[in-house]
Design a protein around this ligand. Structure first.
Ligand code: AMP
Length: 283
């Protein structure tokens, strides 16, 4: 495995595999089993002939909250080991100075899907995501890239970016990896207090119950209210949103025959957790 710290090192590391399948997995580091599953899927997709590239970059541009950025865990040595264990060929690990010019002045904004859910609560977040991912696409020039459905809105926005800008890459969505108790794995989970860690699987339980209720015909508003009341009852939890939306355009459901998404964001103390479940009227 090669580790590239600069754009030049990255270009040199990828030069021998140009023309072959290159599968990119972008991450912000503090890698866990959720990231590892994406890396293993990338290895599978690339095959023996192709190349798996991973980026480990804590992108400051996508943080709307300085405290969240400062508290974000960073474990570069362990991340390299995870990449090695998952069969990654090239890891790109730039610093913000390597990634961005100090007088950068071009932005990358998606203007429809980004106005709802997390986008409505985290100004500039998805513009920061689109900027960094489009830069990574330009640098790596992957044939494929894998993103987790845990960040469902991010995946939907990136699909739109790739479609609208004709970026020559195929995106793949990977299923959410969970702890045994149902909590979606997240780099932020290590910041949870023991009490909040113990309570957090309630998110998954509430979403599963809501999916069953929706399948049986429960009204959209009642489904959301049930999840909201379960989560709001937990000590120290502030629900950011519970929304049931169209799975493709992420806006309020207008046609209940179409696939839907129930998405949740909630603060457990200082730590903002997100999760979601895909729904339909008939299971
Ligand atoms: P992050 O490091 O949080 O930016 O995540 C990097 C990639 O890993 C994103 O595509 C995430 O959606 C994905 N990811 C993070 N956690 C999980 C998880 N628990 N299951 C599946 N994918 C995940």
């Amino acid at each position: 495995m090669q580790t590239a710290y600069t754009k030049e090192e990255l270009r040199a590391a990828l030069a021998p595999v140009r023309g072959k399948r290159i599968v990119l997995v972008p991450t912000m580091g503090a890698l866990h089993e959720g990231h590892a599953s994406l890396l293993r899927q990338a290895r599978e997709l690339a095959g023996d002939e192709g190349c798996v590239a991973a980026s480990v970059f804590l992108n400051p541009v996508q943080f709307d909250n300085a405290g969240d950025l400062a508290a974000y865990p960073q474990t570069p040595e362990a991340d390299l080991q995870v990449c090695r264990d998952c069969g990654v060929d090239v890891v790109f690990m730039p610093t913000p100075d390597v990634m961005y010019c100090s007088d950068r002045s071009v932005t990358m904004e998606e203007t429809h899907l980004s106005t709802v859910l997390c986008g409505a609560r985290r100004p500039g977040h998805f513009a920061g995501v689109c900027l960094v991912v489009s830069k990574l696409f330009n640098l790596v020039q992957p044939t494929d890239a894998i993103f987790g459905k845990k960040d469902y809105q991010q995946l939907a926005i990136l699909r739109r970016m790739v479609r609208d800008l004709d970026i020559p890459v195929t995106l793949h969505g990977a299923e959410i990896v969970r702890d045994v108790d149902g909590l979606a794995l997240s780099s932020r989970n290590v910041r949870l207090s023991p009490e909040h860690r113990a309570a957090a699987p309630a998110i998954r339980r509430a979403l599963v119950a809501a999916a069953a209720a929706y399948a049986e015909g429960a009204p959209v508003q009642a489904v959301c209210e049930d999840v909201l009341s379960i989560l709001s009852a937990i000590d120290g939890v502030t629900v950011d949103y519970v929304e049931l939306v169209d799975a493709e355009n992420l806006h309020p459901v207008t046609d209940e025959a179409r696939p839907a998404l129930l998405a949740v964001a909630a603060y457990f103390g200082e730590v903002r957790l997100i999760d979601n479940i895909e729904l339909s009227r008939t299971i």
